[in-house]
Design a binder for this molecule. Structure first.
Ligand SMILES: *Cc1c(COP(=O)(O)O)cnc(C)c1O
Length: 430
């Protein structure tokens, strides 16, 4: 019997040269990985404690049908989320179809005609442009008479406090802060920095609602934005908190009033949180949440490994090889469409599902340029699973994230390097 891992990699298309190059880099990462494990340990206990404190029982894993009145599992799960985020309440539902939906719901339910929305951290995630009406769209906030203002980050990535102060006016009702960089090469915000920004804003207008788009940030640190003053955090269950097992869903955790508003919008005025059958989905929501801290840690290790490889090869990487992490996304700027495409081919070739298909750029709804996406996921479109995407436009950056296990993330990155080297886009000679 052979247990030669190098041979195994070779049988999966990794050359000896790529293998050796990668192993050398990994040797230097043990301290970083240890820190990540410490955060995962804390967050694992946080999740277990929340489940115990809220008396999660076997009955909670079952579901309701029809109206879904008195759904014990759903109500308990929402209490568990509220415990984890230290909030008054939470809405965690399979009827929230994705992250964009969760964010749109939080915004549309907490804003009224005449109100103004402010983003003090620059342009929000691409799909929110249509929600807000930055790009004209049916049903946007703009159509409902809700105006929008934006203050960009300064050149060095810091907050433009002076212009944020000027932008806050009597109409400003809600401030949206995106934790993760999304499809941009700006730095991701740490929870501590989000806290500073919220204090500044509340110092000017105490009753403004501070919402954080928490997508990709959950469990990366030991604290969450609601621990530093956010009134609402919003995210997708097919990212970090679903642990790879949630097949759909989104969450909103925060102040009771904010969550209630969202519930009345999701279902109906008068019904709110009382309806919404959970069907058979709750077991996966609980199970995934339980795994989420270690799954997030695996994804983080993969991201750090990628940063170290591509930085050494001379590509611009955000975050860089040494800086601390506040979300699971890794951006690598290749500067050419070929680089982005080769990277995505590598991720696809490493997948457990659909490894034999070749990803190609296409015009995805909600995006303003062709996008290439690589994923061979158990849950379609899940980006807590190993996946990569990049808009085919300058600066030709690819955004990589996920990996339910570190071993898969590692292999996936090695496979991308193989594609990049085979395409002649980088040389491994030092
Ligand atoms: C993924 C993401 C969204 C949108 O989530 P979808 O589930 O793709 O609709 C919004 N904001 C950020 C920062 C994200 O990463």
């Amino acid at each position: 019997m052979s247990c030669n891992v190098e041979e195994m990699y070779q049988s999966l298309g990794i050359s000896k040269k790529v293998y050796d190059y990668c192993e050398e880099i990994i040797e230097g990462l043990s301290d970083r990985f240890e820190q990540i494990d410490k955060v995962a340990e804390y967050n694992q206990l946080k999740v277990i404690k929340a489940m115990q404190d809220n008396k999660v029982s076997e009955a909670c894993l079952l579901g309701t049908t029809g109206y879904g009145y008195n759904d014990l599992g759903r109500e308990t799960l929402e209490a568990v989320y509220a415990s984890i985020f230290h909030t008054e309440d939470a809405l965690v539902r399979p009827q929230i179809t994705c992250g964009t939906h969760a964010l749109a719901l939080a915004l549309m339910s907490n804003l009224r005609p005449g109100d103004e929305l402010l983003s003090p951290v620059g342009k929000p995630y691409d799909t929110l442009e249509e929600v807000i009406g930055i790009r004209p769209s049916k049903g946007s906030l703009k159509e409902y008479g809700i105006s929008y203002r934006q203050v960009d980050l300064l050149e060095d990535g810091s907050f433009d406090y002076e212009n944020i102060k000027k932008a806050i006016n009597e109409k400003t009702k809600l401030v949206t802060i995106q934790r993760s960089k999304g499809y941009q090469t700006r730095p991701t915000l740490s929870v501590a920095r989000i806290g500073e920004l919220i204090s500044f804003i509340k110092g000017i207008k105490p009753d403004v609602i501070c919402m954080v788009d928490n997508c990709y940030g959950e469990f990366v640190e030991t604290i969450e934005p609601t621990d530093v003053g956010a009134d609402m955090v919003v995210g997708s269950l097919i990212k970090n908190p679903g642990g790879g097992l949630a097949p759909i869903g989104g969450y909103i955790a925060g102040k009771k009033e904010c969550v209630e508003n969202a519930a009345y919008r999701l279902t109906s005025p008068g019904l709110g949180k009382e309806v919404g059958a959970s069907l058979g989905i709750l077991r996966d929501f609980y199970h995934g949440l339980f795994l989420a801290p270690t799954v997030t840690a695996s994804a983080l290790k993969g991201a750090i490994f990628a940063a170290n490889i591509y930085e050494r090869l001379g590509f611009c990487v955000v975050p860089d090889s040494t800086e601390s992490r506040h979300d699971i996304i890794q951006a690598v700027t290749f500067g050419t469409a070929e680089g982005v495409i080769a990277f995505c081919k590598g991720i696809q070739a490493a997948a457990p599902v659909d490894s034999f298909v070749t990803p190609e750029p296409w015009d995805m709804p909600g995006y303003d340029s062709p996008v290439i996406m690589a994923a061979g996921a158990f849950v379609s479109g899940s980006s807590i699973e190993l996946s990569a995407d990049g808009p085919i436009k300058p600066p030709y950056a690819v955004y990589f994230q996920g990996g339910l296990t570190y071993e898969h993330a590692k292999f996936g990155i090695m496979r991308t390097l193989q594609e990049i080297v085979d395409a002649g886009l980088a040389k491994l000679d030092k």
